[in-house]
Design a protein around this ligand. Structure first.
Ligand SMILES: [Zn+2]
Length: 132
């Protein structure tokens, strides 16, 4: 995060919109934790809840579930800070543009090659990513 902010200062002649995400909010119920602003986080990243959920599940090697308002329910012992770093790992891998570093992008799948791409909405760079 520090680097991104630092760059923004250097290129101050180019006002840019930075991706700011809400810190993950949790409710704990016994051994279950519920990521209550999971849906909002996905909306802010412009990603499907299922995609981000898959990423979290893969990283933590768990199976989560979504409730009626798309909060993520997980049976795991974890600290909120762990999810915050996962969130930024996801941003780096699946949201942020590799060229202009913006987080304003769209995830699409090429119907012919079946390759997933992140298309930057600011500098229009496209990069292929590994499917989850
Ligand atoms: Zn870009």
């Amino acid at each position: 995060m520090y680097n991104i902010l630092h760059e923004a200062g250097v290129h101050s002649d180019q006002p840019r919109q930075r991706l700011t995400l809400p810190p993950p909010k949790f409710v704990r119920q016994g051994r279950t934790i519920i990521w209550v602003n999971f849906h909002k986080t996905c909306q802010d990243m412009n990603r499907e809840v299922d995609h981000f959920k898959k990423f979290i599940e893969k990283e933590l090697m768990i199976k989560g579930s979504l409730n009626h308002d798309n909060s993520l329910i997980m049976k795991i012992r974890a600290q909120p800070s762990q999810f915050e770093s996962l969130m930024y790992k996801y941003v780096k891998g699946y949201v942020q543009c590799g060229v202009c570093k913006e987080g304003n992008s769209t995830l699409t799948k090429d119907p012919t090659t079946r390759i997933w791409f992140i298309s930057c909405n600011d500098c229009l760079t496209k990069r292929a990513i590994e499917p989850l």
